[in-house]
Design a protein around this ligand. Sequence first.
Ligand code: 2PG
Ligand code: MG
Length: 435
Amino acid sequence: MSRIAAVDALQIYDSRGQPTVEAVVTLDDGSRGRGLVPAGASTGSHEAKELRDGDARRWRGRSVLRAVANVRGEIAGAVIGREVFDQAGLDAALIALDGTPDKSRLGANAILAVSMAVAQAAAAARHLPLYASLGDGTGNLLPLPQIQIFGGGKHAAGRIDVQDFMIIATGAKSYAETLEMTHAVYHAAGRLLQDQKRLAGVADEGGYWPVFDTNEAVFATLLEAIELAGYVPGREVAIALDIAATDLFRGGAYELGLERRRFTSAEFADLMIGWVEKYPIISIEDPMAEDDWEGWQRVRAAIGGRCQLVGDDLFTTDLKRIALGIEARTANAVLIKLNQIGTVTETWQAIRATQAAGWLPVVSARSGETEDSFIAHLAVAANGGQLKVGSFSRGERMAKWNEVLRIETELGPRARFEGAGIFARHGITPAWTQK
Ligand code: 2PG
Ligand code: MG
């Protein structure tokens, strides 16, 4: 038995220099855990609501001092004295205390900070690393990373419409090898863009921010980078996309601003299907907008057996929306983000519901991140199999990739790595692997 003795919080800054909440939970045995909350930019409208002060005179309205005060006041009052190993009971108490469906009264940022800090404090009290303490303690599957090479959308002033051009090292035999392969491709891509004079900097998640006239032109450069790095596109290194299509959906139509083209839902779905036929794409996230269920069904019916289709804004890590999606056959994978739903327990349940349906969870960071690497542990703890953290630069991204390296070392021979085999096991076989 270890009980919560004190709860504190402070306002810290995220990777974009914006204020965010950090909570500190201390137990009666002296163990301590911290929870640092990330923030999105391309947020789905069904996400839990973070509390921001909105006072334009300070921090441009972005401060989280009320959320911090809620942790130190009401939330501390409700959880001090409670048993720390009862994560589900604690999270349920936080949800009940807030009383709203979207956690908007106390703030999803206030609630999540405490929920994460409780999980960390429990691990500390058990003298276990977080991945071994979270959930049922059976986690040992190292994740296959989705790593961004080019960033666009809301993370790069819309310079290219597609938010993430990523790679998955489908040929890797170990987690460590996925990073070695990513290193080769990331730096080859940077060199290429520089040579082509297309490099405008790095986007919010550390991927290159390229200047292109069409979204499709980016594919050619990415494929060239993969080849330059010495890999066969598709077989050894495949492409993964996050279209973040909710951001492209305006006034009832999809818009590619770069190309000044507008599409109906069916036309945009066909564009996505066409890309999968043309390029070695293993995964597409949010090919359609968050409430375009028909569009999603069209895409899934056409390419669900060949390509991972990940719902991010579509599901917002919400058990109810995931259940609807499973029923309606809209996707075959779910992006998992702690702050979309707001507690560790609900996040864990979302992962388990996804797996129970034979779908794939992809544990993910946000575009506004912190130095905390909770999600690296979460992916391993849940045997999730995949992790998406942005690119291969910037400290807040590398903190997660490096943490998995540490877990790989620590687990030693107990570590499992399924690599791209996870797709075949879930009924996803790309055309180009059958050759
Ligand atoms: C996404 C995320 C992370 P954001 O769309 O998947 O890449 O972006 O955190 O801005 O929602
Ligand atoms: Mg997304």
